[in-house]
Ligand binder design. Sequence first.
Ligand SMILES: Nc1ncnc2c1ncn2[C@@H]1O[C@H](COP(=O)(O)OP(=O)(O)O)[C@@H](O)[C@H]1O
Ligand SMILES: [Mg+2]
Length: 291
Amino acid sequence: MRVIAFLNNKGGVGKTTCSRTMAEYLSKVKKRPTLAIDFDPQCNFSHQYLKMEIDPAAPEGLMPPIHPDYDPQDPDHYDWDGRSSISEIFYGQGVVPYPTYIEKLDLAPGHAEKLLAAESVRKSEVVEKVHKQLANFLASPDVKAAYDTVVIDTAPSKGPLTVSVIKAATHIIIPSVMEEQPVQGIYGMLQLWMQESLSREKNRPLTLVGILPNMFKQTRLHKDILTSLQENTAIGKYMMPVKLSQRIVFAEIDSEDANPHSIFDFQENHVAKQEAMEVCEFISERIFTNE
Ligand SMILES: Nc1ncnc2c1ncn2[C@@H]1O[C@H](COP(=O)(O)OP(=O)(O)O)[C@@H](O)[C@H]1O
Ligand SMILES: [Mg+2]
């Protein structure tokens, strides 16, 4: 099972957009049974596929709706409140993924309050209670039998939740806008990747697929920063040879009633779709090389 994560501790660089594009490519175009996981307390990824609800316990945060399989009359469900999110892994509960409008795509949504609470454990307990939990969940026989790829969206942070994702991933991608602040985020992520790589067993490497330029504009600033990264001796080798341009359609398909809702439902010659295809094909070829 391949576990792909999009990481950058800066916000607004396209982690969610790229996670979504990749998850939809794998499930819709490649027909691979895919599990999308939302590990960001902001729950933007979940919101693409589910009508998330305001959590009465935390009015600033979202929680998943009642699961379609929940039946309050079912005796097996007596100790279940009918909602399920990926954060259950921190509380010893099972995760029940939700189906989405895409046949081969399921979603383990976020739950703002529970994800935030998981991060607030004592430092002495963080390794056992947070860092290891996602890897444990993904190693379970049920998950391995049901899915062949997992795509994880992450929060803009280097905190315990992100560490948990890095420990669970087989492949990571760092999306970045070609501007000063987000480029700073690349360095922090490369450092986390190297640290984790050193502590991994040889038979379970963590592959950096690369740094993906996103929201690229043909401006002097973006072109100059891209060139300087490509020519940088430490970073150049990680720059992906593909990119996503700044295109309004990526923002438009975010809206709940957007039609089409997936970039892959646009016509074949749509420029943004072609670019998304190219990026996803590149990532997919790197990820499934020895299959
Ligand atoms: N290539 C793109 N072109 C245009 N808008 C984009 C592109 N990628 C992302 N966006 C928009 O930019 C905003 C931030 O992107 P998002 O994926 O949410 O970033 P992050 O998850 O890193 O915070 C969103 O409104 C999204 O729709
Ligand atoms: Mg996001």
